[in-house]
Design a protein around this ligand. Structure first.
Ligand code: DGY
Length: 323
């Protein structure tokens, strides 16, 4: 989109090169000195004509911050599919549109869930540490024995795009797929995958569990002590969705007493902070929210965010309007 007078966008973080190029070609940019609320507000003080914000899931747009936005702000385009970091009610009350980036990060995130699933099952983090420590003395018949994934049951919590993509990948590893809630429209999935209407039949079928629910108050603490207790003994838990969905006390206890054999976690409540017990446990594989972190995917996310801004400022309905 090229217009005679480009709109001004506050961009909270440095984005991949191709996205930055398109951004600076089509918009006037303002950049906060860091990604804190005071830095955003300082930007507004210097540029009262900011028309939109391009933010990321690491930027918390609270109701207080949104209330302090200048009237010129009409749109928040988040560089993410999740939008639980934005107070949507506060934005709605100010008439500010919100867009996200669904679809383009499905495969990258599903791949990472498989990486965590396989890595947690095969004790990848312990193996990596052993090699790096210089203490590895050679091949041993009983060294770092993990567990097979083939033939095991995988419970998918949240059968949206990413959950479905994980199920497809896991099925290729000969895992038996179990899903809770919303049934898939795909006939192949309906035939081959087990859909559970009720939780009491789902949890016992989760030798592996992969979480793909949206974040927010409705799912906060969903994987609690009671649900963890209903998993088979020795289950493996993978979370690439949002840290807040897991009750950390309950998962840490289950990882410590062996009820949960291992966990692969890419997301944490209160990122970048996280419960240090996870790092102290040998049976965890921990990543810093890398689900969508490939050049291709992060570029596609940026272009999607820009498509939304372009449509909005071009007087059209943005394709990924969050309602
Ligand atoms: C999202 O898009 O919500 C992801 O968490 C970012 O990778």
């Amino acid at each position: 989109m090229r217009s005679a007078t480009p709109h001004t966008i506050l961009v909270t973080r440095r984005l991949p090169d191709a996205v930055e190029e398109r951004l600076s070609r089509d918009y006037t940019l303002v950049r906060p000195k860091d990604s804190t609320a005071p830095a955003f507000l300082a930007c507004f003080a210097n540029a009262r004509d900011v028309a939109g914000i391009l933010c990321t899931p690491a930027d918390y747009l609270s109701s207080e911050l949104i209330a302090a936005f200048p009237k010129s702000i009409k749109i928040i385009a988040t560089y993410s599919v999740g939008f639980n970091h934005i107070d949507v009610t506060a934005a709605g009350a100010r008439g500010i549109a919100i867009t996200n980036t669904p679809g383009v990060l499905t495969d990258a995130t599903a791949d990472l869930a498989m990486l965590l699933l396989l890595g947690a099952a095969r004790r990848a983090s312990e193996g990596d540490s052993l090699v790096r420590s210089g203490k590895w003395l050679g091949w041993e018949p009983t060294q770092l024995l993990g567990m097979d994934v083939s033939g095991k049951s995988l419970g998918i919590l949240g059968m949206g795009r990413i959950g479905t993509a994980v199920a497809r990948r896991a099925a290729a590893f000969d895992m038996r797929i179990h899903c809770l809630g919303r049934a898939s429209k795909d006939i192949h999935q309906r035939l081959e995958w087990h859909h559970h209407e009720k939780e009491d039949t789902f949890w016992p079928n989760c030798q592996f569990l992969s979480i793909h629910l949206p974040g927010g108050s409705a799912t906060q603490g969903f994987l609690n002590a009671q649900r963890i207790a209903a998993l088979p003994h020795g289950a493996v838990v993978v979370n690439t969705a949002r840290g807040e969905i897991v009750d950390d006390d309950a998962l840490i206890k289950a990882l410590s007493d062996g009820h949960v054999a291992a966990a692969g976690l890419d997301v944490f409540a209160g990122e970048p902070h996280f419960r240090k017990e996870y790092a102290a446990l040998p049976n965890t594989l921990l990543l810093p929210h890398l689900g969508s972190a490939t050049v291709e995917t992060r570029t596609a996310m940026g272009f999607k965010a820009l498509d939304n801004l372009d449509a909005f400022f071009g007087g059209l309905l943005p394709p990924d309007l969050v309602d």
